[in-house]
Ligand binder design. Structure first.
Ligand SMILES: Nc1nc2c(ncn2[C@@H]2O[C@H](COP(=O)(O)OP(=O)(O)OP(=O)(O)O)[C@@H](O)[C@H]2O)c(=O)[nH]1
Length: 415
């Protein structure tokens, strides 16, 4: 979508969707349009028993819409759902303006935002998969125009070339994606060997993940008041109050009713979460729909098969929390604002304490000539206490270590 295009939003409320849900989903669509740089000038909604098979909304509503499109000099009409290829065609014809559906809009945003090679490839794949059935829809029409029975119209020939081209590109992308995945696997193995504690940030889109990621890691990741600012996992070091460093990974924000083509494509960007030792679930406490957002994230995590990984909840945006907000999670939780320095300090402590619950306590006496071991304890474990005992000539160390860490075995001899 081009900058500041004038947009009319269209939504259809079916009997099983209550008013509140419908309202939020239209609000979310408006946010998506804002993210894509469009300007919403009007919202048109209709209550229906079922979607109209030919035009999505009813005949009268289409006429009303056509009128508005002209009157308001609209550039684009965006539907809050995925339109079938024929609905899209019929509506384009009757409204004589560009028609976009929710899937296409999300694909557009993903395309704008993808940064890594893998992200870009996945978006292109999803775009081509979206395009394929729509291309064939157009084809029947073109071939009808092009020639009689049994002959091949020019449109159809072009269509087949296009289609062959798309299939070829899809295969290329799949091969490249495989290579990228293999590379990631090797990288992951290396990280695992180093036994670093890995933390993943997950959450509904716009919850504040990138903001927290930046503030916790002192690195400038992409952060904006735009949905989906984060499309690719980013990993950086986080230093905790004891001086222990862990790895923190930011992930793609999730959204309800993500188009199926995208769920498949984007799941692999969440693969990193599977490797996490701890998941931090960020929730936007200022969003009135926060409870459903939480459930959406839980569902996704369940699908990913990561229910065995410890998870804690961070309720963010305390400064503007919604008046009805009550923490609803069964997990350990903390309420913070990413903009408050003191809260960030509390958060670091909270994270460290949570990590300690997964570690085992150690108390060892290290001879003073074991400088290397001491340095390792400082960097790779949570070292809570360290003092030199003059009498014994030993360093007394107390702290917490991951049981899977190779140092754990080594420490036994110094107990
Ligand atoms: N008032 C307030 N705003 C916040 C807070 N944390 C983040 N924000 C704002 O919320 C918006 C979204 O934050 P992001 O960090 O981009 O959100 P995200 O979860 O990474 O979003 P996606 O990349 O879309 O998944 C930005 O405008 C932030 O400035 C907070 O504690 N209080």
């Amino acid at each position: 979508m081009n900058e500041r295009e004038k947009v009319i939003l269209v939504g259809c409320q079916l009997p099983h969707i209550d008013d509140e849900r419908f309202f939020y989903s239209m609000e979310e669509l408006a946010s998506l349009v804002h993210t894509a740089n469009g300007e919403v000038i009007m919202t048109v909604t209709q209550k229906r028993e079922a979607i109209h098979p030919a035009t999505y909304i009813g005949k009268g509503k289409v006429e009303e819409l056509a009128h508005l499109v002209e009157q308001l000099e609209t550039d684009v009409v965006i539907f809050n759902d995925e339109l079938s290829p024929s609905q899209n065609r019929n509506l384009s014809r009757q409204l004589s303006v560009r028609i976009i559906d929710r899937t296409q809009l999300i694909l557009d945003i993903f395309a704008q935002r993808a940064r890594s090679k893998e992200g870009k490839l996945q978006v292109e794949l999803a775009q081509l998969q979206y395009l394929l059935p729509r291309l064939s829809g157009q084809g029947t029409e073109l071939s009808r125009l092009g020639g009689g029975i049994g002959t091949r119209g020019p449109g159809e020939t072009k269509l087949e070339t296009d289609r062959r081209h798309i299939y070829r590109r899809i295969n290329e992308i799949k091969t490249q994606l495989k290579m990228v995945a293999e590379h990631r696997e090797r990288y992951r193995e290396r990280r695992k060997k180093n036994r670093v504690f890995q933390i993943s940030l997950v959450g509904y889109t716009n919850a504040g993940k990138s903001t927290l990621f930046n503030r916790l890691t002192d690195a400038d990741s992409f952060e904006e008041n735009l949905l989906f600012a984060t499309l690719d996992p980013l990993t950086r070091k986080i230093t905790l109050p004891s001086g222990y460093t862990a790895l923190l990974t930011d992930t793609v924000g999730f959204i309800q009713d993500l188009p199926t083509t995208l769920v498949a494509a984007f799941r692999s960007t969440l693969e990193e979460v599977k490797e996490a030792d701890l998941i931090l679930h960020i929730v936007d406490s200022s969003n009135p729909d926060y409870y459903n957002h939480e459930q959406t994230v839980y569902e996704l995590l369940d699908e990913l098969g990561v229910s065995a990984i410890p998870i804690v909840t961070i309720y963010n945006k305390r400064d503007i929390a919604h008046r009805n907000f009550v923490p609803s999670t069964k997990t350990d939780a903390i309420i913070i604002s990413a903009f408050d320095a003191h809260d960030l300090h509390r958060l670091r402590q909270f994270i460290e304490e949570t990590m300690m619950k997964q570690m085992v306590h150690y108390h060892v006496s290290i001879p003073s000539n074991e400088g290397r071991l001491l340095a390792q304890l400082k960097a790779e474990t949570i070292l809570r206490e360290l003092h030199y005992n003059e009498e014994s000539g030993m360093y007394e160390c107390k702290g917490y270590i991951m049981p899977k860490h190779p140092l754990y075995g080594q420490l036994q001899q110094y107990q």
